[in-house]
Design a binder for this molecule. Structure first.
Ligand SMILES: Cc1cc2nc3c(=O)[nH]c(=O)nc-3n(C[C@H](O)[C@H](O)[C@H](O)COP(=O)(O)OP(=O)(O)OC[C@H]3O[C@@H](n4cnc5c(N)ncnc54)[C@H](O)[C@@H]3O)c2cc1C
Length: 460
């Protein structure tokens, strides 16, 4: 009986319930498939960084599956729906009896999966759909009034109590098969991304990284906001492509000898923020249609300022911490979380540019782009989202910089024009110094921009 495992954003072989399910079928002949759909990804604004991240994880999956005697086929298609047609043809040709995959929450993803289930049914193929992206069934987590949660803290409490009732079981091992190893590997399209990744992208590297990070996890709370320090796990790209599973990360926290430490608890909390944003996408799929969570924000008069947007994108705003973050993003496909918040607030609340422009740019640049977390992060910073920053909270990028990069080392690394500037002057260089060093002039006056934005927000 042939089983077909459809790999998507779950690019690993351990703790892969769809693969385990397929391997459990008696006498199973197992095949794996992946849809390579760059045009569809472009429609979602995903750029080359994301494709590079997918490719890096996929190469390892292909090799590991070959060791298990499971051939991986890559089907190239323009759209997901035409890809599904090809997948069903493939399944028919190989007399597949069951198709297994994991559920995803995005708008187009849900349409794609409904179409696949229906086409499989018409072809006489059963489907098995597992939960993988998150650690719970979003439909099962509701407030006492039977409504969706809109505030993070009660959501987190409920999430943790659910975990206490039904603990996340230990991650699944790599399944075993009796098939001989294969020597042939599929052709996976090359991706011409010109950045340098500084974080793990495939399953093996991600686990090595998690093991190392486990030692640092108790210090996470103290170090996570310092962009010059490697105080966070850097597992976001691996979590986004599924090279490591949420359950494997959670397990590392729950089984940590210092589980009660503030560091481990804070890391767990960040993983639950990720859960929360996926939960919001499940309940409000229209946010994937570029809608603010609260419709009143549709009326906000965002500025159409292409020049300022371009300066922001290129890291030429004249605000060192903002430029450092934007250049880190361009060169490595990743940006530190504290700096993501600073650059996002700067774009939205000081340049008054629509948060969706920032969301789009991040999607094009990030290795770890994940629609739910990106949208959640942007709507949080713009105050348009659920449990977001209050509208009057506007980060002062200069004081943020002094507080979280006191030595200026982060700025010096990413803004070489300022490499020789001492800590005292680096956060807000004088115009004279900036001109002398060939560094950009500030686009705006912080105090004036803040006052204008507050006035507009109040009117809304
Ligand atoms: C404007 C903006 C856009 C963002 N876009 C994305 C995105 O596209 N993809 C993405 O994975 N994260 C995004 N984040 C969240 C966060 O910045 C990154 O997850 C984090 O910087 C990744 O680094 P890390 O793996 O070292 O995280 P750690 O601090 O080690 O956290 C562990 C994991 O928890 C999750 N996580 C941590 N913080 C958050 C958060 N605030 N929201 C949701 N999940 C979180 C991530 O999966 C992360 O890998 C965004 C944040 C902001 C403010």
């Amino acid at each position: 009986m042939t089983q077909l495992v459809w790999f998507r954003n779950d690019l690993r072989v351990s703790d892969h319930s769809a693969l385990t399910e397929a391997c459990q079928a008696p006498g199973a002949d197992i095949k794996a498939i992946f849809l390579w759909t760059p045009k569809q990804w472009q429609q979602h604004d995903y750029g080359l960084a994301r494709q590079y991240s997918i490719r890096s994880a996929l190469v390892t999956v292909a090799r590991d599956l070959a060791q298990l005697g499971i051939p991986l086929t890559i089907l190239q298609a323009d759209t997901w729906l035409s890809g599904v047609d090809q997948l069903i043809d493939f399944a028919r040709q190989h007399s597949v009896r069951q198709l297994t995959f994991h559920r995803e929450f995005g708008w187009d993803e849900v349409q794609r999966d409904q179409y696949a289930i229906e086409q499989a049914r018409l072809a006489g193929i059963t489907t098995w759909v597992g939960e993988d992206r998150v650690g719970f069934d979003p439909a099962s987590l509701l407030t006492g009034q039977g409504e969706m949660y809109r505030v993070f803290t009660p959501f987190k409490k409920r999430w943790l109590s659910q975990h206490a009732e039904t603990p996340l079981t230990a991650p699944l091992p790599v399944p075993s098969t009796r098939a001989p190893a294969l020597s042939e590997l599929p052709d996976i399209p090359e991706v011409d991304w010109n950045g340098t990744a500084e974080l793990p992208l495939n399953e093996h590297d991600a686990h090595e990284h998690l093991d190392q990070f486990a030692d640092a996890m108790p210090r996470y709370k103290d170090q996570r906001d310092l962009p010059a320090t490697e105080g966070t796990s850097r597992l976001s790209a691996a979590l986004a492509s599924g090279a490591i599973s949420l359950r494997q990360c959670m397990h590392s926290a729950f089984s940590h000898p210092k589980f009660d430490s503030a560091g481990v608890q804070t890391w767990l909390s960040e993983l639950i923020w990720r859960e929360f944003y996926h939960y919001l996408l499940y309940w409000r799929p229209d946010i994937a249609r570029h809608k603010p969570f609260y419709p009143r924000w549709d009326a906000f008069p965002w500025l159409q300022d292409e020049t300022a947007l371009h300066h922001w994108q290129q890291g030429q705003t004249g605000v060192p911490i903002v430029d450092a973050g934007m250049r880190q993003l361009a060169q490595t496909g990743w940006m530190h979380n504290r700096v993501r918040m600073i650059v996002a607030m700067y774009l939205v609340k000081l340049l008054k540019i629509d948060w969706r422009q920032g969301e789009r740019w991040f999607a094009q640049q990030l290795l770890d782009i994940d629609f739910a977390s990106n949208n959640g992060g942007w709507q949080w910073c713009a105050s348009t989202g659920v449990d977001a920053a209050p509208y009057f909270r506007i980060f002062n990028p200069h004081t943020q910089s002094q507080r979280f990069d006191p030595s200026g080392d982060y700025i010096r690394r990413w803004v070489p024009e300022l490499a020789s500037v001492p800590a005292k002057a680096i956060h807000e260089p004088t115009q004279q110094l900036a001109r002398h060093l060939g560094y950009a002039r500030p686009l705006i006056d912080y105090k004036r921009a803040r006052a204008e934005t507050l006035e507009l927000f109040k009117q809304l």
